[in-house]
Design a protein around this ligand. Structure first.
Ligand code: NAD
Ligand code: DAU
Length: 351
């Protein structure tokens, strides 16, 4: 396994940067290539601490550009791909679905084609596709998503991810491409772009701005600390079986409104504000169209077969996350300026 050349796509994004950091530092014998188009969500500042290491290389490029991708695979002869590059925000997929179709579907097929062409000898090769629990649709008050739950995506984002999952499995069955796939619940932690609920709320509370809660805040998400996801990705990459899929989740369900109240309590403490100050910023706004009610992951296959389990209690992980955002003001200022600012205004300040 030493001297493996691994292409990680989307490594400048939230989860990708944690995966890149883990692989570069834990496996000095691997060469890690981070391919990222640096969209609004990609930020090389996420990787400042490891970019000097000799086994790390950044490549700027778009996964939908077939000529570029084929040349890249020929030039470097990658042994494995860990594919995270995607358009990832549900609200953006509602306003601009085509971008999601291009990156999440066409981009994935472009990478699959390049791997298929390069890997005439398949031994030791692996194409690992990172996906989401949103492909399974929406749950009622009970039940969990398992690996055999039928796909039932509801948003353009989840439909594009479902499509890419099907294509990855189709390349396994049709061309015997050595693939593995995982579907994870909501991640939280450092370097999370502040359009998503937790970092958006932290940033707004810090700046005394309204915290927008969609609908009545009754929707439920299953939250997992991003480093626990990166550890699951490491395990599945090394020990998962070809053609298999694995669910990854925190077993940690929270109603949005309860989560926001917990966050407000933590923020009051960290900012030395009187109890109840941050909660006054909570503002109920128009619901997300087609808003999935509840996600809950059954990760027992991953726990049983590969020995993974989440390591952090939610309260502890959330405090660590808040500490990181409060200590990294410059990062927040940088990512919330320019194009993002305009988007934010359109989405939230005109409601
Ligand atoms: P993110 O939006 O933070 O990062 C995506 C990265 O992909 C960015 O660095 C961006 O520049 C890059 N990218 C986008 N389009 C590209 C293109 N055409 N070519 C090359 N690079 C491109 O996303 P994230 O939250 O880190 O999610 C990473 C992956 O994990 C996605 O596939 C997502 O569907 C999946 N996922 C995310 C979560 C979550 O809670 N965030 C949960 C489960 C699964
Ligand atoms: O479940 C995994 C998915 O989790 C990933 O595949 C996606 O890439 C990731 O973005 C995330 O999707 P969600 O839509 O669940 O995450 P988001 O942070 O956008 O929203 C979390 C919940 O909070 C959801 O019920 C919508 C609600 N929400 C969100 C925002 C941004 C609000 O109430 N107010 C907000 O301002």
């Amino acid at each position: 396994m030493s001297e493996k050349k691994i292409l990680i796509t989307g490594g400048a994004g939230f989860i990708g940067s944690h995966v890149v950091r883990r692989f570069v530092t834990q496996y000095p014998g691997y060469r890690i290539f981070n391919l990222d188009a640096l969209t609004y969500a990609g930020n090389l500042a996420n990787l400042h601490d490891i970019e000097h290491l000799p086994n790390y290389q950044f490549i700027k490029g778009d996964i939908t550009d077939a000529e570029f991708i084929n040349n890249l695979f020929n030039e470097y002869g990658f042994d494995a791909v860990i594919h995270l590059a995607a358009e990832s925000h549900v609200d953006r997929s509602i306003t601009n679905p085509l971008e999601f179709i291009m990156t999440n579907i066409v981009g994935t097929v472009t990478l699959l084609n390049a791997a298929k062409k390069l890997w005439t000898e398949k031994s030791g090769k692996r194409f690992y596709h990172i996906s989401t629990d949103e492909v399974y649709g929406s749950l009622g008050n009970t039940g969990f998503f398992t690996e055999t739950t039928p796909y039932d995506p509801r948003s353009p984002y989840s439909a594009s991810k479902a499509s890419s999952d099907h294509l990855v499995m189709a390349y396994f069955h049709t061309y015997h491409l050595p693939v593995v796939l995982s579907n994870c619940s909501n991640n939280y932690g450092s370097h999370h772009f502040p359009e998503k609920l937790i970092p958006l709320a932290i940033n707004n509370i810090k700046n005394n701005k309204p915290v927008p809660v969609y609908g009545k805040g009754e929707n439920v998400r299953d939250w997992l600390y991003v480093e626990d996801h990166a550890r699951a990705i490491d395990l599945i990459f090394h020990k998962g079986k070809d053609g298999e899929k694995y669910n990854v989740g925190g077993n940690n369900e929270w109603k949005n409104i309860d989560l926001i109240h917990l966050l407000c309590k933590i923020m009051d403490k960290k900012l030395n504000r009187p109890d109840g100050t941050s909660a006054k910023l909570i503002t109920f706004v128009t619901d997300r169209p087609g808003h999935d009610m509840r996600y809950a992951i059954d990760s027992s296959k991953l726990q049983r077969e590969l020995g993974w389990k989440p390591s952090l209690q939610f309260e502890e992980g959330l405090e660590k996350t808040v500490d990181w955002y409060l200590a990294n003001e410059e990062w927040l200022t940088q990512v919330t300026s320019g194009a993002y600012k305009n988007y934010y205004r359109q989405q939230y300040e005109t409601r």
